[in-house]
Design a protein around this ligand. Sequence first.
Ligand code: F3S
Length: 392
Amino acid sequence: MHLTAPDERILAGEQGYVMQKAMEILVALGDIYGADRLIPVKSTQIAGVSYKTIGDAGLEWISDLSGMVRVPSILNPAGIDRLRWRELGVSEEFAAKQEQIIDAYEKLGVVAECTCTPYHLRDDIAEIGDHLAWSESSAVSYANSVIGARTNREGGPSALAAALIGKTPNYGYHLDENRIPSLAISVEGTLSGTDYGALGYIAGRIAGARVPVFSLESVPTNDERKALGAAMAASGAVALYYIEGLAPHPPGGERDARDIRERVTIEQREIAGVYDLHRCDPDLIALGCPHCSVDELVELRDLLAGKTVTKEFWICTSRTLRDRHPDIVAGIESSGAKVICDTCMVVSPMCAQYDCMMVASGKALAYVPQMCGTDAVLGRIKDCVRAAVGGE
Ligand code: F3S
């Protein structure tokens, strides 16, 4: 991989040990994947934040680093809501270690906003054509498939290396040749809301790591596209997908989609079947996977108006949206539901204390049993609210 003279000097250690190691990570990746050069990134989103997932080894690693990131960089969800972790039952020790991890990232100039939906915070963090180094799989899918930016699915160390250097190796989804769809998926019937997560749960298993293009009878909102991509990234490894008739389009335009030889159809009864995959009586209802947008918070406020929840009900979003919209949050919380920030129902250690979690997300349906050891059941948003207020 070609390096510029300044990058060669970083690699030689002229800017210190940490920058040298960051450059070594990028060069190693570039060499493995055949990148021709490093390209500038506009922003990074860094995984490896929750103490639950990185433990003491990760805390030690991040605490030893020094330097300053060169591009706007934010964090993936942590293991705690930084303000109400006690109320959720997190131990003092866990919270202290989690804060040490976040502090260590902040010292490197990373913004201590812990969310998988950085695109809800500010439009200019990723725009069409931008190159990024993002980690969280649903955020990667959204960046590639809804915004039309370009990012590989980075690990925590490679995203942090890209943040420190301001560049990433030019391979994978940064290149047109890897953004051409290779699987056409036709979906029968009209879908709405959680159906897109259920569709993604099925489609991810079929697609694996390929780039699918969907032919849909209904036009999804951006939140529904978020849910579709998140589920496909969890049940499979899809980092980029297209929807016929919607931007962004494949590099060769719709022509690329017409040339695809492998075609599958997903029927509505298969999508309906995802709601019946698991049956359990929820003792936690948890929404916001990926973190809720303002529109989703408004929908929940309206559904909860005049109601009182009788079960634990978490609604996960970013701290920025919570702080920007106190009236919406107050409306939701007047029902007894909790608007949780900085963390989520999967990376919080508290998920393990429940027996059955009801979710409205194909991604959470796939991850909760693995990450929490808890049964999970999929429901439409209205059904989740009904369950939370004591209904069937
Ligand atoms: Fe985000 Fe947690 Fe879901 S990181 S995508 S809310 S599993």
